[in-house]
Design a binder for this molecule. Structure first.
Ligand SMILES: NC(=O)c1ccc[n+]([C@@H]2O[C@H](COP(=O)([O-])OP(=O)(O)OC[C@H]3O[C@@H](n4cnc5c(N)ncnc54)[C@H](OP(=O)(O)O)[C@@H]3O)[C@@H](O)[C@H]2O)c1
Length: 394
């Protein structure tokens, strides 16, 4: 397999650190050429730079760049270039010494870097699902226009579907089944959603992830975003994309074909397996973390239908996906604001979907023909969510 020379966006995050663990385990096949982080966790960023010695580093602001420069050892300082600001993320995504870009930023922030990576013909690994939700059409167009570009998902469900579909066309598919762990609350029918504290919602039963995706998992918005992501990636109609709660999190997703055969993908629930698949594709290389399923210990695989009346975020995501236009960009933006307000204990868990729904209702949608139209909708939705919060929830 040719060496993968990696640009890593979101190096200090959960996806970033798990990618670095793979690079650490196989330095002969992966190398870190460039990376980005906001700089909220400067110590971790310094350690990454000193260990992996990338050539180019991006950080969120000029003041953070100064702090980073001061914190680095004198030897490494002279070997790397530090750039800063949101625009510099595009330089990481298009870095000429990298052939592979891993998108591990959170939310809408990753959209421009995703398009930049594809437009520069990179192997682009999408852990960051929001760009696919907001701008699936632009991403498909960028892929079509750039022969060398490759898009590989890095959500466990979509990597499962990628493997099960094996390039089959949408008309051969009866149903896609996206599985969901369900988060911490799916099975407690008497729980009062008004009483849920951020610390409870941040306790995910299966995965260790960043705060935003963990709250999205608790509201099932994450699954809703994944439904739209599945549509964007595989162009299967929404009425054929089903969600099933699967508490064991071993079946990562399934495809039912028109002839009645079902292919499911199973594996240990560790994101490093998912990231390794995306890095090595189309090759299959030895499992770097030595994790395999022990079939003798698996005695049940359960599947349940999600309750869309209780978990309204999932219903809203289906709605936004079906009506498409700029609704999906608004969904992502309003969700980011609502989750942040909940984490700051300014709104209740139950108010997350209410706030998002109000923003969607007020939106005058347009065809998302250009990046500017999508970015305008994103900005509008953020502002609208804050206005509604001030009017209704303070
Ligand atoms: N974690 C998982 O297991 C998992 C699984 C499937 C999909 N995903 C998706 O992958 C994406 C990343 O998730 P995560 O859990 O890894 O998030 P996370 O742990 O919160 O990490 C986010 C990363 O983005 C960086 N960042 C934030 N704002 C930035 C800015 N303005 N400029 C540069 N870098 C910035 C952060 O830097 P600082 O540390 O400096 O803040 C951090 O490195 C999300 O879209 C999520 O839905 C994650």
């Amino acid at each position: 397999m040719p060496k993968r020379k990696i640009s890593l966006l979101g190096a200090t995050g959960s996806i970033g650190q798990q990618t670095l663990d793979l690079i650490r385990k196989a330095p002969s096949i992966y190398s870190l050429e460039a990376c980005a982080a906001a700089g909220n966790n400067l110590e971790a960023f310094v350690q990454i730079i000193e260990e992996f010695q990338p050539k180019l580093v991006s950080i969120a602001s000029a003041s953070k760049a100064d702090e980073l420069y001061k914190a680095l050892g004198s030897q490494i300082k002279n070997k790397i270039q530090i750039i800063h600001g949101q625009a510099s993320l595009k330089d990481i995504a298009s870095f000429p010494f990298s052939d592979t870009v891993i998108l591990g930023l959170v939310g809408a922030l990753g959209l421009e870097s995703a398009l930049t990576a594809l437009n520069h013909g990179k192997r682009t690994i999408f852990a960051n699902k929001e760009p696919l939700v907001m701008a699936g059409n632009l991403i498909r167009e960028a892929l079509k226009n750039n022969e060398k570009a490759i898009l590989i998902p890095a959500d466990s469900e979509h990597v499962a579907l990628h493997q099960c579909l094996q390039g089959q066309k949408p008309d051969k598919v009866n149903n896609l089944y996206l599985t969901a762990s369900g988060g911490p609350f799916w099975n407690d029918k008497t729980l009062d959603f008004d009483s849920i504290k951020p610390s409870q919602a941040l306790k995910h039963p299966t995965w260790q992830m960043g705060n935003k995706i963990t709250i999205d998992s608790a509201t099932l918005m994450n699954k809703g975003l994944e439904v739209i992501e599945a549509y964007s990636l595989f162009e299967i109609p929404y009425d054929k994309i089903q969600v099933l709660i699967h508490p064991q999190s071993l079946v990562h997703s399934m495809v039912e074909f028109i002839d009645g055969h079902v292919l499911a993908q199973l594996g240990a629930n560790d994101m490093r397996l998912v990231l390794q698949y995306a890095l090595d594709y189309p090759n299959r290389e030895p499992n770097l973390i030595n994790k395999f399923l022990n079939w003798k210990e698996i005695n049940k695989l359960e599947f349940f239908e999600p309750d869309l009346e209780r978990f309204k975020c999932l219903k809203l995501a289906y709605w936004a996906g079906k009506y498409a236009q700029t609704y999906t960009a608004c969904l992502v933006a309003a969700d980011e604001i609502a989750v942040e307000l909940f984490l700051q204990e300014k709104i209740k868990f139950s108010q997350i979907p209410d706030l998002i729904e109000e923003v969607l209702r007020k939106h005058s949608a347009q065809e998302p023909k250009t990046l500017e139209i999508i970015q305008k909708a994103d900005q509008w939705a953020r502002k609208q969510a804050m206005t509604l919060y001030k009017e209704k929830y303070i």
